[in-house]
Design a binder for this molecule. Structure first.
Ligand code: NAD
Length: 354
């Protein structure tokens, strides 16, 4: 299990250090885990003058999986666009062909009060948003700002999805549903957009190969409403890049804290990049107060999806759960009656539970 470890910027190195403690504990149990470090984002710019240095590209391509902290920081905000940390992120996703972005939104019983929704709406919530990551209006050409014949300026983008792009992400969705509650809701805007009508046709066709999975379709505006009205009706939500961008952020807040949410971005061979959903949190960097659980849970996703070790994934998730049951909380999930701990102490506690 060769894993490229890219701590990145801000709180990245602190939270990654906790995930590495967990992987070292697994290794001492006999797991053949091999870690190699590289730079991405601002750290890449500082080390090699490039947010996605050639050495990091090579390391990522040679590895079975990549574990990333986060990128970004105030000191890089005025760099020219190609040198900005986020470009490193976009380039590594594109370079590795990571078209399927999986974001689970789970509410732990211990954290049910952290959600902005009523406890009864979110208790036991466990949904998975699958967002297509390398197509759609974010990448479609042509795009730009032009001047029309009447002299008025106009901004424009192009939305398109090819059949192969839809098919491959739909297969990931149905396979994920098979491993979970066997329900898949495909979200689109087929009442208005031709791209969405085509999306719906292809997803319905792929569904014929998965008769065990119950397929439904929903318009994106309704999905946005249903996520805050009755989120537990969903199992897997499959959607395109722009709708997924918005819905996955909405779903993440159902759980209360962004510090708890892992993510996986997969290619067609289940090689993946695993990272917390949050950013580099420069406001709290270096203070040992960041929540490392999203990063640790990203290692669990890596075990599940790239290495197909459901047992190890569950072992890590159970250790996180136990740590919460023991009453330990970082500042972002703290409530009266629990014990506030720092980032490193939280990592140690998860290793002890493991
Ligand atoms: P952010 O997610 O970094 O922070 C938002 C808020 O959540 C902040 O108050 C932060 O302190 C808090 N927070 C985030 N993670 C936390 C954790 N693990 N524990 C406790 N609190 C946590 O988003 P932002 O402030 O909008 O962006 C900061 C930087 O991160 C920017 O440079 C942005 O471009 C970058 N960013 C990177 C990624 C990524 O690497 N995938 C994603 C989003 C933003």
């Amino acid at each position: 299990m060769k894993i490229a470890v890219l701590p990145g910027d801000g709180i990245g190195p602190e939270i990654i250090a906790q995930a590495v403690k967990v992987m070292n504990a697994l290794r001492s149990d006999g797991f053949p885990i091999e870690l190699e470090y590289g730079h991405l984002g601002g750290a890449g710019y500082d080390a090699a003058g490039d947010p996605f240095p050639a050495a990091t590209e090579q390391l990522s391509k040679e590895s079975d999986a990549v574990l990333l902290g986060a990128v970004g920081g105030y000191q890089y905000d005025n760099l020219p666009r190609p040198m900005r940390p986020e470009q490193g992120l976009l380039r590594i996703r594109k370079g590795l062909g990571l078209f399927a972005n999986l974001r689970p939104a789970m509410v732990y019983p211990e954290l049910v009060n952290a959600s902005s929704l009523k406890p009864e709406l979110v208790a036991g919530l466990n949904i998975m948003i699958l967002r297509e990551l390398t197509g759609d209006i974010y990448f479609g050409q042509p795009r730009g700002i032009r001047t029309l014949e009447n002299g008025e300026r106009q901004g424009f983008d192009t939305m398109h999805y090819s059949e192969s792009e839809i098919r491959r992400v739909a297969h990931v969705g149905f396979k994920a549903a098979l491993k979970r509650g066997k329900k898949l809701c495909s979200v689109d805007k087929a009442n208005v957009l031709d791209t969405s009508m085509f999306w719906r046709e292809i997803v319905s066709d792929v569904a014929k190969e998965y008769p065990q999975v119950e397929l439904s379709h929903m318009y994106v505006d309704n999905a946005a409403m249903q996520l805050v009205r009755a989120p537990k009706q969903f199992d897997v939500i499959l959607t395109g890049n722009i709708f997924g961008d918005i819905l996955s952020d909405e779903a993440s807040m159902l759980t209360g804290s962004i510090g708890m949410l892992p993510s996986a971005s997969l290619d067609s061979n289940n090689k993946g990049l695993y990272e917390p959903c949050h950013g580099s949190a420069p406001d709290i960097a270096g203070k040992d107060i960041a929540n490392p659980l999203a990063t640790i849970l990203s290692v669990a996703m890596m075990m599940r999806y790239t290495f197909e070790r459901e047992d190890v994934a569950q072992r890590i998730e159970t250790a996180v759960r136990k740590t919460l049951q023991n009453g330990l909380r970082t500042g972002d999930i703290y409530e009266a009656g629990t014990q506030k701990v720092g980032c490193a102490a939280m990592g140690d506690a998860v290793v002890a539970s493991l």
